[in-house]
Design a protein around this ligand. Structure first.
Ligand SMILES: NC(=O)c1ccc[n+]([C@@H]2O[C@H](COP(=O)([O-])OP(=O)(O)OC[C@H]3O[C@@H](n4cnc5c(N)ncnc54)[C@H](OP(=O)(O)O)[C@@H]3O)[C@@H](O)[C@H]2O)c1
Length: 243
């Protein structure tokens, strides 16, 4: 199937990671759909993508962390684009350094888990059936190495939230070993930033997007965790379609 016949749903497409991916996918000729809770972020994304590709971007307002809203936005999405062939999920938040656990409230922990885990679960439950039974379809999760260890003092809840999302994605790979859809995870063991916020140890979000777009395009692998530890890993993925 040509890229122009494929429709990628980019969950988290307005975010730092997601916006780089949306741009890279559009530049490769894919049609892309993005759902956000905030219409202003969708307008910003429309200004960010390459102008000639804007016609291939569909935006919808909705909260994919709520079962009712996700169901409604799924219907709106299918009405707007007809079908979805691929999903990339990069939901959550970029950074959290609210302090050591004894200084935190249960409300804060709820927010962290809601944003990183519940939205990933509810959206997967809602959108996976659209691609599950087709070997030409893909579902890719972006996760972070923050889920495996404390990055620095005060970032504990980031580890708790990212760790729960990481565990959830690993459970899916193990619970659905036979599913025809190409189900993969990219675990980014680095920071990701826009060019104005780049620092040592960070990946440019569009470079990361190009690597993810390559995996979606080639759909060679399934049930694989691609661990990205350097920008050289991204180059390998872009050149070889695998790691
Ligand atoms: N940034 C990094 O350095 C980095 C590094 C490694 C891994 N990661 C992983 O990449 C993922 C995304 O990070 P990011 O930096 O792109 O975060 P971000 O810039 O804060 O973006 C988060 C995205 O998630 C979306 N989102 C969250 N809850 C949602 C909901 N209920 N309904 C709809 N959309 C929802 C937001 O959409 P709206 O707010 O527009 O609704 C936004 O598009 C995280 O899981 C993170 O662990 C990030």
């Amino acid at each position: 199937m040509a890229n122009g016949d494929r429709v990628v749903l980019a969950l988290g497409g307005t975010g730092t990671v997601g916006s780089g991916l949306v741009k890279a996918l559009l530049d490769r000729g894919f049609k892309v759909a993005v759902i956000s809770r905030d219409s202003k972020k969708l307008e910003k994304l429309e200004r960010f993508v390459s102008p000639p590709t804007k016609g291939n971007l569909t935006t919808l307002v909705g909260d994919v962390g709520s079962e009712e809203e996700a169901e409604k936005v799924r219907r709106d999405l299918l009405q707007a684009v007809g079908k979805v062939t691929d999903v990339v999920s990069s939901l959550g938040f970029s950074w959290w350094q609210g302090g050591a656990p004894h200084t935190q409230s249960l409300k804060e922990l709820h927010w962290v888990i809601e944003t990183l885990l519940f939205s990933t679960f509810v959206s997967w439950k809602t959108f996976f059936p659209l691609v599950r039974d087709d070997p030409d379809c893909t579902y890719t999760f972006i996760t972070g190495g923050a889920g495996e260890k404390l990055l620095m003092p005060g970032t504990g809840f980031l580890t708790v939230g990212a760790g729960s999302a990481l565990a959830f994605c690993q459970v899916l790979l193990d619970e659905y070993p036979e599913v025809p859809c190409k189900l993969n995870q990219l675990k980014i063991n680095m920071g990701v930033a826009t060019p104005d916020r780049m620092a040592p140890g960070f990946l440019n979000h569009v470079d990361l997007g190009e690597a993810v777009a390559t995996l979606v395009e080639r759909k060679k692998m399934t049930h694989t965790v691609f661990a990205i530890n350097s920008s050289a890993d991204l180059k390998t993925v872009i050149l070889e379609g695998t790691l």
